[in-house]
Design a protein around this ligand. Structure first.
Ligand SMILES: Cc1cc2nc3c(=O)[nH]c(=O)nc-3n(C[C@H](O)[C@H](O)[C@H](O)COP(=O)(O)OP(=O)(O)OC[C@H]3O[C@@H](n4cnc5c(N)ncnc54)[C@H](O)[C@@H]3O)c2cc1C
Length: 477
């Protein structure tokens, strides 16, 4: 099947009728019509439609090596620097649709799956490993243009070094049986963003599984029997795009995933009961580098949006002549240009990896993922510092049709904008940084790729510090 349309995405997710729980109730009927999911599913559908638009087709798709059909470019196994750049442009085109607010648009997991399949050879000849399954699964997802959620971490019960779960009933998802049909999994996992509105879910062991039952990787359809997605409350403020310009469209939802004796058929198991593979496969297959290339490409688009937002506020209330205001906007400019430089460095210094893929430079990307969780919360802070009371002078759309509309028009105008445009702008700034949706965006950018503390440790470990120690040694000689 060639790339799918938005309508096909929505129809399929509705048909799956996965077990999604929200506010203590199971979501029934078409999930695409539920207020918590409607907006984001429409936005996701728009991404699929974009792939079919004549104007974007060549940018968003490539010819499937097996069927010749046009398939999504995020599945491409890049062999050249040009192809890496092509992937960046594709990711950024999708990201522009949400101004980078949809962190888990399908390209994120498509990229992850691509790297896992390209490195299937790492599973070759290893105990309880099925390299052919991961390759077949990648082809299946690519050819049917499916989307995935994933859960890579265990419930936050006890994060001390010495914790070893010994509860009678599993808390963290683990294999409790191996049958003729497949593995039986019980327990929970965190945190599936978009859980319940994707076709499939991929599970890979956390970085350091402590026992064999937790050392696995597999993927299953979202509607597999016994699989539950338990959602947090929805951060959609309402339907109105005026009142809730971002949350009405891009609220991705996060969910806890529960496995109630879930059967994972053998053809969906990539490996199991193998601690060594579980500890090393993801790192060795270049998952971090390729996923971070996707991540950084999106974050650049998000930073462009934040700069545009801050500059619009500055112009609206005419504060550009103040030095501290310029300095604050400049902070975002510096971040933006740094991120752009890093993505180019990652591409220019890319090299062929063991799987024959053109792998972007790791250090440049690790720098970027260390920088962004620090600068993004600062962007939100700058919006608040410059927006000030304007961020609370934001009557809703209804006020503009009410008997007090003259007051609103008179008192909420600004130097550059009439009241309606000014309120729209400040509502956008509020939704980006202060609403439940906005503050979740900040938490997301802090944590979605892992704990920032350990992310910085990974950079320290990988970075070659020896040449610099030599400089000092030579001076001491
Ligand atoms: C909005 C959002 C969306 C997400 N979406 C997804 C998703 O789609 N799929 C997915 O798999 N995951 C997702 N995540 C989870 C994300 O991967 C984790 O938040 C991240 O890995 C950190 O793990 P944790 O939240 O369990 O924090 P913890 O590991 O519990 O950390 C809590 C605190 O303890 C400290 N700490 C804990 N252990 C150590 C240690 N060993 N050394 C030093 N300090 C330590 C941390 O630094 C931190 O300050 C999402 C998270 C968020 C916030």
């Amino acid at each position: 099947m060639p790339v799918r349309t938005g309508e096909q995405y929505i129809d399929r997710i509705n048909e799956l009728n996965s077990e999604v729980w929200l506010g203590g109730k199971r979501v029934t009927g078409n999930i695409s019509e539920h207020p918590a999911f409607k907006g984001v599913m429409e936005s996701q559908a728009r991404l699929y439609d974009l792939q079919n638009e004549e104007k974007f087709k060549s940018m968003m798709t490539y010819k499937s090596p097996t069927t010749g059909n046009p398939v999504g470019l995020s599945f491409l196994m890049p062999k050249t620097r040009e192809e890496l750049a092509q992937k960046r442009k594709m990711v950024q085109q999708w990201a522009r649709e949400s101004n980078g607010m949809m962190g888990r648009s399908p390209d994120y997991m498509n990229t992850t799956l691509m790297t896992m399949a390209a490195s299937a050879h790492l599973l070759e000849g290893k105990e309880n490993c099925f390299p052919e399954n991961i390759k077949a699964y990648y082809e299946y997802v690519r050819e049917n243009d499916l989307c995935l959620t994933h859960t890579f971490i265990e419930p936050q019960v006890d994060r001390s070094y010495i914790y070893y779960e010994n509860s009678k009933e599993p808390i963290a998802a683990k294999i409790i049986d191996r049958t003729k049909e497949g593995l039986i999994v019980k327990g929970a996992r965190l945190l599936a963003t978009q859980g319940g509105i994707t076709d499939e879910m991929l599970l890979v062991s956390p970085g350091r599984p402590y026992n064999e039952e937790s050392g696995f990787a597999f993927s299953i359809p979202s509607n597999t029997k016994g699989l539950k997605f338990i959602c947090r409350e929805s951060f959609v403020g309402g339907d109105s795009k005026f009142n809730y310009p971002l949350s009405s469209r891009f609220e991705e939802m996060d969910s806890i995933v529960v496995f109630d004796n879930v059967l994972v058929p053998w053809d969906r198991v990539f490996f199991y009961d193998n601690i060594d593979v579980a500890q090393n496969y993801l790192n060795k297959c270049g998952f971090q580098q390729f996923s971070l290339h996707q991540v950084l490409s999106r974050q650049i688009v998000k930073t462009e949006f934040m700069l545009g937002l801050v500059q619009s506020i500055i112009e609206s209330i005419n504060i550009s002549s103040y030095q501290h205001v310029q300095e604050k906007a400049t902070e975002i400019i510096i971040a933006l240009e740094t991120l752009k430089a890093l993505v180019l460095k990652a591409e220019v210094e890319a090299d062929i990896n063991d799987a024959g893929l053109m792998q972007p430079n790791s250090i440049a990307l690790r720098i970027a993922i260390n920088v962004f969780p620090k600068v993004y919360p600062r962007f939100a802070e700058i919006v608040q510092q410059l927006g000030a009371s304007g961020l609370m002078s934001i009557p809703t759309e209804e006020a503009f049709q009410s008997p007090i509309r003259q007051d609103i028009h008179q008192y909420l105008q600004s130097a550059a904008d009439n009241a309606e445009d000014r309120v729209k702008l400040f509502r956008l700034a509020w939704d980006a940084t202060m609403s439940a949706f906005g503050t979740r965006q900040t938490l997301y950018e802090r944590f979605f790729f892992g704990d920032p503390v350990r992310i910085s440790m990974a950079l320290y470990d990988e970075y070659d510090k020896a040449p610099y120690v030599d400089i000092v040694k030579k001076k001491l000689e």
